[in-house]
Ligand binder design. Structure first.
Ligand code: AMP
Length: 278
């Protein structure tokens, strides 16, 4: 596996691979890799791509009171996992090259970012959209892989790729979960043991809400009861919502594909999850 820091080096290797008629698959991450990330890598390798995984903890997508400083950074372990998984390149750009002095551009996606996490994390999706646009331009892959775990982020990235004519196909990959249903996340390691045991309640809540909604229960009542249930179990719920899977606008019927979305804090750890309903 090649391991590179500079954008120029990354581009040179990509050019070499292209000259050998390889296709390029790309998996952007913030590191602290787990089986969720590795499922994206597998998907890319299975598609036959030379597979590049970036690890970059993007300062622009963290709010002032969020966990940028203490976000886990374990690049050596990540490199080993990627090597074992068969990835072709680890691309770990430096912040000084990503955002040199005088950097002044923002990518902002309207509409989709007004819902769900948008109001709770001002500036977050601009940070994500800006860094992902840069990374997609740096790597120029045929296909890039993102997890359904961050469904809103996936929709934002599909939108910006279409709107900005970025010629990389954006592919979503199903959520990888722990045995008790908790969606794998680099942030799960922050959970206190007692909170870790409770955390699967997010999945259990989504699962039973989806069943209730499919059975025709009143959607507002079901959502309200589920929010109270989470609150009573110690979750500080930012939102628990049923929304159109594509536009993310809150939905109160099943006319179009809809999903359940939740974001809640357990202690200091903010967890998100989502699930298809129909
Ligand atoms: P992150 O390092 O958290 O920015 O995540 C990098 C990529 O991995 C994103 O596309 C995430 O959606 C995806 N990802 C993270 N956790 C999971 C999971 N449990 N299942 C599937 N994809 C995931």
């Amino acid at each position: 596996m090649r391991s590179v820091e500079q954008i120029k080096q990354c581009r040179e290797i990509v050019a070499q691979w292209r000259s050998e008629r390889a296709t390029i698959g790309f998996v952007p991450t913030m590191g602290a890799l787990h089986q969720g990330h590795l499922s994206l890598v597998k998907k890319s390798l299975q598609a036959g791509h030379k597979t590049i995984v970036s690890v970059f903890v993007n300062p622009k997508q963290f709010g002032p009171n969020e966990d940028f400083a203490k976000y886990p950074r374990v690049l050596d372990m990540d490199a080993q996992l990627l090597k074992d998984a068969g990835a072709d390149m680890l691309f770990a750009p430096m912040a000084t090259e990503m955002y040199p002095d005088g950097f002044a551009t923002k990518v902002s996606v309207n509409g989709l970012t007004e819902y769900l996490c948008g109001p709770f994390r001002p500036g977050h999706f601009e940070g994500v959209a800006t860094v992902v646009t840069k990374l997609l331009n740096q790597v120029q892959a045929n296909e890039a892989f993102f997890g359904d775990k961050d469904w809103q982020q996936l929709q934002v990235i599909k939108r910006l790729a279409r709107d900005l004519d970025i010629p990389t196909r954006i592919t979503g990959v199903p959520i990888v979960r722990e045995e008790d249903g908790l969606a794998l996340s680099s942030r799960n390691r922050y959970l206190e043991p007692g909170d870790r045991a409770k955390a699967s309640l997010l999945y259990i809540t989504l699962r039973s809400l989806a069943d209730e909604i499919m059975a025709g229960d009143n959607i507002d009542d079901a959502l309200k009861a589920a929010r109270i249930g989470l609150f009573e179990n110690g979750f500080n719920v930012d939102y628990l919502e049923l929304a159109d899977a594509n536009t993310l606008v809150p939905a109160r019927n099943l006319d179009k594909p809809v999903r359940l979305f939740v974001a809640a804090k357990l202690g200091a750890t903010r967890l998100i999850d989502n699930m298809a309903v129909n």
